[in-house]
Ligand binder design. Structure first.
Ligand code: UTP
Length: 303
């Protein structure tokens, strides 16, 4: 393989310019990516996943009204001093994950939410001629190692472009981008094709594209010429399909669970799962759940 396709991945792109309409009115002012999953915002969890994978530079594709996201990563000396003074070392530790060193955060603007493909294209000048990781922040994963760390391991062996995947129930394929792969039972396998939201009978596999990518910079030239596609948005999948004609794509099946935090029930489930998995909160959360299962509250119009 062209050694260019094995260069290290040092940059991550976080497209955070979407409108978050499914969470309105909660997201009228507060960006969806700032919603807390148990104890920290979705965006912070995504940044931590990138750090765990050895990524050093963080590029936010931001939009109107989304400045809180970048503010979250500003270092706050007064807050740190106060926590030190009160000897709150555990909180200081938690806070340190949102302190990104100078020069390592870059922000670009997507002036109109024209879709994921367009959002990624907006990072073109900041990424430059290097491979890069992409994180869809409303998808969270839970496992022994982070999803991106698993992908980097495969990238170090295979290079090229990597897509994280996870099985979905066969009758739900119509909701997702689905991969056609060489060997569906392998954890790491060559991708032959991908299909956007196929009916179950047309789905080439049950592996869905879950929202983590490692892409080569040639994707930008393809996105550049893209027309607005399905749903009035510039689709990333279409551009990846074109890139597949000239570069290899590999599927990495996530070892762990996936949670779609982009809609209410998925977000509620993710909060339960992450709280149950938390060493400090797990047991108490389980007791709360048991209480509600034994004695469910009656439905109320006020909920
Ligand atoms: P989603 O489609 O899940 O987010 O995009 P959305 O459009 O904000 O949500 P809804 O459908 O209106 O409820 C996945 C990620 O891509 C970003 C979003 O911010 C989200 O983090 N995105 C999406 C952009 O940055 N720009 C876009 O044009 C679209």
């Amino acid at each position: 393989m062209n050694t260019n396709l094995k260069r290290p991945v040092k940059k991550a792109v976080f497209p955070v310019a979407g409108l978050g309409t499914r969470f309105l009115p909660a997201t009228k002012v507060l960006p969806k990516e700032m919603l807390p999953l148990v104890d920290r915002p979705l965006i912070q969890r995504a940044v931590e996943e990138a750090q765990e994978a050895g990524i050093e530079e963080f590029i936010f594709v931001s939009g109107r009204g989304k400045s809180l996201i970048t503010q979250h990563f500003e270092i706050q000396p007064e807050l740190r001093e106060e926590l030190e003074r009160k000897d709150k070392l555990d909180l200081l530790e938690k806070l340190s994950h949102s302190d990104i060193p100078s020069g390592m955060v870059q922000i670009t603007m997507q002036q109109r939410a024209l879709g994921l493909g367009h959002a990624i294209w907006c990072a073109k000048n900041l990424v430059g001629d290097e491979p890069f990781a992409v994180f869809l922040v409303d998808v969270m994963t839970l496992g022994e190692t982070g999803c991106m760390a698993q992908m980097i391991e495969a990238y170090n062996n295979h290079g090229g472009n990597i897509i994280a995947s996870s099985p979905v129930e066969h009758d739900l394929t119509y909701k997702y981008g689905i991969l056609d792969v060489e060997n569906e039972s392998d954890d790491v396998t060559k991708i032959k094709a991908m299909v956007e939201k196929p009916k179950p009978e047309d789905a080439p596999s049950n592996l869905h594209i879950l929202g983590r990518y490692i892409l080569q910079p040639e994707i930008f030239n393809i996105l550049e010429g893209r027309q607005i596609g399905a749903g009035g948005e510039i689709q990333l999948t279409d551009a990846m399909v074109t890139l597949m004609n000239s570069q290899p794509f590999t599927s990495v099946k996530l070892k762990g669970e996936t949670y779609d935090c982009g809609h209410h029930l998925g977000f509620i489930e993710a909060n339960l799962a992450f709280a149950l998995a938390d060493p400090q909160l797990g047991d108490a959360t389980y007791e709360i759940l048991k209480k509600y299962i034994q004695n469910p509250p009656s439905l109320s119009k006020r909920a």
